[in-house]
Design a protein around this ligand. Structure first.
Ligand code: ADP
Ligand code: MG
Length: 468
């Protein structure tokens, strides 16, 4: 049998027999590179060291048998990687050890040192606790599950994913889970990081890797050598192959070892653009809870708790007034509260409804006066949809590009109030009638109750108008 066919049929049969998680993690990209019929040996090339090590240790016998069944002769199977160092006898990578042995074995001493230096909790801020998280109908499910995860990590809800618009308490809850576990289970190692952190560290590590040679072992160990992994705003890993690949490894590794994974995203995983489906389906394997904007009672309660903590003397009437008037998100609610207090202090007056009106009146004016640059509008839209600005300006007419392009036309008109002709010029030299069609399309879809579009536009506007 030809080597390609032989391997295809071997892994085909193996795929039916083993867990899909293992199969999808370790087998894609493997192939037979050499068949030596004289010495009866076969060489299998694996895409990475971890794949080689895992396959060699867990599936060698099965693969040998499957090949025997087809070739009717006993072959010796060897596993290599395309990496030049594949044939050395270095200890297996830390990532691999923990997958296979299900504990924290770590043969690399420099990694151990790193871990020791960092302590048992990385990235946690004490301020965010369950105690100072106000619960209401808008976030009760997320809160309840978060508590339960903190009480017994790695058991019932794994992974646990929270999603919501910005400023509604995702970071707070992730941090609270970490802080609670740190107190109750000081034996557990906890890592909090953002999707962006993951991406940045990987880029840095790859740079070093390219310059000096070596492996990604240290990087892998940092993310897999944990009992609890809290990844905030994980949507940022979307769109880049290597990042998603490494994330997938880390995720599966922890998951298979029954380590707790908690994720947050700014929207439902199925709506994250350019996120590989194998990853979004993993996000959905455990528990998903969303959070909404709290109603006015919960908003008042949040402010009361805040005032109490800061020992600020302020009437409930004043707090209610702020709560009634700020309905974008909790971060802005807190911001308005602080602004009102700072304002009245600076003016040397009592903080009451009247001073709040003055202070917040200023906020609103500032928001609209803010001169948002058209380039910023377009770049925020591109980044929201995980595409490049040049794609918006370009010629491609696929659905994933056309929608952001139409939204750009719409928002450049609405926010910047630019003439259609100018919008066309900004967006890659398009005709003003094209722009008009784009604006009309979005307007019509909104009128027809396209809920998803409405939400996307309001999220984009929020980022554009609030980000400095
Ligand atoms: P996100 O990560 O979803 O953007 P954050 O967790 O950063 O939002 O929340 C923004 C601010 O609002 C934080 O200071 C957080 O403590 C506060 N906050 C959000 N929700 C609540 C809540 N239910 N109770 C108390 N504070 C909250
Ligand atoms: Mg956050």
């Amino acid at each position: 049998m030809e080597k390609e066919k032989l391997w295809k049929s071997v892994v085909g049969e193996l795929e039916l027999a083993i867990s899909p998680t293992y199969y999808n993690t370790f087998f894609p990209g493997t192939k037979i590179t050499k068949v030596d019929n004289k010495n009866k040996s076969i060489e299998v090339m694996c895409p990475s060291k971890i794949s080689r090590d895992t396959i060699a240790s867990k599936y060698k016998d099965e693969i040998t048998n499957l090949i025997y069944k087809r070739q009717k002769e006993q072959y010796t199977i060897s596993f290599v990687t395309s990496n030049k160092q594949s044939n050395d006898n270095k200890p297996t990578s830390p990532l691999f050890s923990s997958v296979v042995n299900n504990n924290n074995i770590n043969t690399d001493t420099s990694v151990k040192e790193d871990v020791k230096k960092a302590g048992n909790k990385v990235g946690l801020i004490d301020d965010y606790t369950f105690k100072n998280f106000i619960v209401g109908p808008n976030n009760r499910l997320a809160y309840t599950v978060a508590k339960s995860v903190a009480d017994s990590p790695g058991t019932t809800y794994n992974p646990f994913l929270i999603y919501s618009n910005v400023g509604l308490g995702k970071t707070h809850l992730l941090q609270a889970i970490g802080n609670e576990i740190a107190i109750n289970r000081p034996d557990l190692k906890i890592l909090y990081c953002t999707g962006q952190d993951f991406l940045n560290e990987l880029m840095e590590e790859m740079q070093t890797y390219r310059n000096k040679g070596g492996t990604l072992g240290r990087f892998k160990a940092k993310f897999t050598n944990n009992d609890v992994w809290l990844i905030d705003d994980v949507q940022h890993i979307a769109g880049r192959d290597t990042t998603q690949e490494e994330f997938y490894f880390a995720f599966n590794n922890l998951y298979l070892n029954k380590k707790q994974i908690v994720l947050s995203t700014d929207r439902h995983p199925s709506e994250i653009p350019k996120l590989e489906s194998r990853i979004s389906s993993r996000f959905s394997m455990g528990m998903i809870a969303d959070m909404q904007m709290p109603d006015v009672d919960v908003r008042s309660a949040i402010l009361r708790a805040k005032a109490k903590k800061m020992k600020i003397d302020i009437t409930n009437e004043t707090l209610d007034y702020i709560a009634e008037n700020i309905s974008t998100n909790v971060r802005e609610l807190e911001g308005a509260f602080i602004q009102a207090i700072t304002y009245s202090k600076a003016m040397g007056v009592e903080c009451n409804v009247k001073t709040v009106q003055e202070a917040l009146g200023k906020t609103i004016v500032q928001t609209f006066e803010k001169n948002v640059k058209p380039t910023k509008v377009v770049s925020e839209i591109a980044s929201f949809f995980n595409i490049e600005v040049r794609e918006i300006k370009g010629k491609k007419r696929t659905k994933d590009i056309v929608k952001p392009r139409h939204i750009s036309m719409y928002l450049l008109k609405e926010i910047n109030q630019l003439p259609l002709k100018e919008i066309g010029e900004i967006l890659g030299g398009r005709d003003h009638t094209t722009v008009m069609h784009g604006v009309e399309k979005v307007t019509k879809d909104l009128e027809n109750g396209d809920f998803r579009l409405k939400r996307q536009i309001s999220e984009i506007k929020e980022v554009i108008l609030t980000k400095k």
